[in-house]
Design a protein around this ligand. Structure first.
Ligand code: GDP
Length: 140
């Protein structure tokens, strides 16, 4: 299996409730290493750009408003099959449908305030990582 990188974001509901450490523990115990991490306040323009693929969806404005409602923690995770592994650890978008033990089942507040973002393909991971980090910021 290949060692991959993926982009993770701890969303405002997670930072507001001081869950950074609890969620990072899930990643690290599952064998994903945090190669880069920063806590930032996104601007509206940045959140709109990051979620541009969703701009035709009905919840786009709500999603952008939510993502700028407080700080987020952007992270680069690395490990075997990191993209799929992180999606598995996150659980389903809607926490009511998320498997027990997943991050969203344990911590998410709602389908919108669902604690974490994770890239959904290796190609998106590359683009999303470069949205937040320069190569020099990522220490393997
Ligand atoms: P993900 O890959 O599991 O994060 O899900 P999507 O790519 O489908 O959606 C992106 C994000 O939009 C989700 O993580 C949620 O924060 C938000 N979202 C998804 N579906 C809904 C919805 O029906 N209503 C609202 N308000 N937000 C949603």
């Amino acid at each position: 299996m290949a060692i991959e990188r993926t982009l993770s974001i701890l969303k405002p509901d997670a930072t507001r409730r001081n869950l950074t450490g609890s969620i990072n523990k899930v990643f690290e115990e599952a064998g994903l290493s945090i190669l880069a991490q920063k806590r930032i306040q996104l601007t509206r323009a940045e959140a709109e750009a990051f979620y541009a693929v969703h701009k035709e969806r009905g919840f786009f404005n709500d999603l952008v408003g939510y993502m700028i409602s407080g700080p987020v923690v952007a992270q680069v995770l690395s490990g075997e099959n990191a993209v799929a592994k992180n999606r598995e650890l996150m659980g389903a978008t809607d926490p009511k449908k998320a498997t027990e033990g997943t991050i969203r089942a344990m911590f998410a507040e709602s389908i919108e305030a669902n604690s974490v973002h994770g890239s959904d393909s290796a190609e998106n991971a590359k683009n999303e990582i470069s949205f937040f980090f320069a190569e020099i910021d990522i220490v393997g």
